[in-house]
Ligand binder design. Sequence first.
Ligand SMILES: *[C@@H]1O[C@H](CO)[C@@H](O)[C@H](O)[C@H]1NC(C)=O
Ligand SMILES: *[C@@H]1O[C@H](CO)[C@@H](O)[C@H](O)[C@H]1NC(C)=O
Ligand SMILES: *[C@@H]1O[C@H](CO)[C@@H](O)[C@H](O)[C@H]1NC(C)=O
Ligand SMILES: *[C@@H]1O[C@H](CO)[C@@H](O)[C@H](O)[C@H]1NC(C)=O
Ligand SMILES: *[C@@H]1O[C@H](CO)[C@@H](O)[C@H](O)[C@H]1NC(C)=O
Ligand SMILES: *[C@@H]1O[C@H](CO)[C@@H](O)[C@H](O)[C@H]1NC(C)=O
Length: 431
Amino acid sequence: MSLCFVIFLVLPLRALSICKLPLNASRGDLKSVVANCIADCLGLSSGKICSVNYKTGGFVNQVCPVNRSFEQTFQVSNQKIMFCNVANENINTASKHNLCTHAAFGPWFRFNSAKTDFDPMQNVIGQQIKWKETAQQRGAKAILSFGSFDSEDGLDAANWSILAANPDSRKILTGQVVKLMDENNFDGISVYWQYSGCPNNNCVKGNKKDKENLVLLMKSLFAAVKERGKLLFLLLPHWDVYLNAGYDLLNLWNQVDYFFLKTFHYNEDGNSYLDYTTSLNKIKLNMAFVRQPFNRTQMRKVLAGFTSSIVLYKLAKPNVKPKMKDRSVDISKHYFNKMCKSVFIGNFTLLLDDTNGNFAHNTTHVYAYEDSNSLKMKVDYSRSAGMGGLYYDGISQDDASNDCGCGPMPILRIASELLHGGGCDVKQCLN
Ligand SMILES: *[C@@H]1O[C@H](CO)[C@@H](O)[C@H](O)[C@H]1NC(C)=O
Ligand SMILES: *[C@@H]1O[C@H](CO)[C@@H](O)[C@H](O)[C@H]1NC(C)=O
Ligand SMILES: *[C@@H]1O[C@H](CO)[C@@H](O)[C@H](O)[C@H]1NC(C)=O
Ligand SMILES: *[C@@H]1O[C@H](CO)[C@@H](O)[C@H](O)[C@H]1NC(C)=O
Ligand SMILES: *[C@@H]1O[C@H](CO)[C@@H](O)[C@H](O)[C@H]1NC(C)=O
Ligand SMILES: *[C@@H]1O[C@H](CO)[C@@H](O)[C@H](O)[C@H]1NC(C)=O
């Protein structure tokens, strides 16, 4: 039995289906049938395994609506953005398959407050420079990140605040970062200030003036970047309190090419296992704050974030069928391919819920993970909200070596295919 018709019914895709479904199937059946199907593709059940078709970018046996190979068309003005945060050499696999339209590298330069200038971080540059060249050769835009969570790694929130506060230092900073962008042959800059008004998530410590100073800083950067025909990205917080404290979104909108948000992984107190990893519901909740001041047209500058990292939970109390609000302990991050292997050989039950998150559980542990259906819903949401695309922070956890049998970088690849809507729509199942 083939199952793509099922998917077509549940989540309307473009008409491409040729598969048969038992006519008497109920909606409940559909859900479980779809669940098994995805499990196959992600290597989570012991049955069939999918493999990638490099020509189409889809899975083997995939039926394509058009005879077209999967390729990105960055040149097209309405091209959807897949902005990838580069963490390790998996970016090469992503580049090889044209999965990222933009790749953020760095920080390559650490701010030295004594001499108010940047020092190169030779180890990072040495490691990333080849990856960056490869990405550019494959047509992706390379973006140089400035700033980070901590000052050891770039430019911390407190220093951003100081530099943004003064017209002279804004001008000097602009000159410095633009020079570094040019000299190192980057296609743009990404401002990673976490966060304006609430340094390192602490709004009490924040400078109330950050909100207007950030607009002035971005105005200065944007003018310099545009003069060179390059791009400017700005990290936004995904909580209303931080947004209200430090972000004048409507005015910032005129001073950036793209905003990106880290709408994934909520490691806050009192979270249950379902609350932790990315779920569509969480993304919607967070994006609601950003969507408030913007109309649909303005949303084209916004990129919501997702990742591929897996979370393993140990249940506080063993349970045959874990529930959404079960207490869990010992939360740890895992790589997607490790999860596949472990679920392959273990005795796991799948609990697939696209909006709240997907889980593979035994009686003592639960893995929370992304699959093609949950990805599809996120991509659909991004499109329906009029967003410019997505921000991917899962390069290092994705399955670059194809251990799961879904092709290299399955999470990024599936999301990328769905986002671009070209080539083939992903069909999650095999006959
Ligand atoms: C649907 O029909 C098939 C074959 O006739 C049967 O085996 C199956 O039990 C039916 N399923 C339901 C939900 O009625
Ligand atoms: C599909 O593309 C291949 C390779 O470009 C070409 O040889 C073939 O004729 C095409 N088929 C159709 C039906 O267009
Ligand atoms: C600014 O950055 C320097 C590192 O250059 C760091 O030592 C200092 O603590 C930062 N200043 C503030 C106010 O955080
Ligand atoms: C959205 O807002 C922008 C900026 O204020 C405005 O120029 C544009 O006309 C608005 N578009 C719609 C469809 O309301
Ligand atoms: C897997 O779990 C099911 C249900 O708990 C049980 O019936 C089955 O024997 C287990 N299989 C293995 C290989 O442990
Ligand atoms: C459940 O899975 C976890 C993670 O793979 C494993 O460590 C644990 O031993 C498993 N528990 C049982 C009862 O099989």
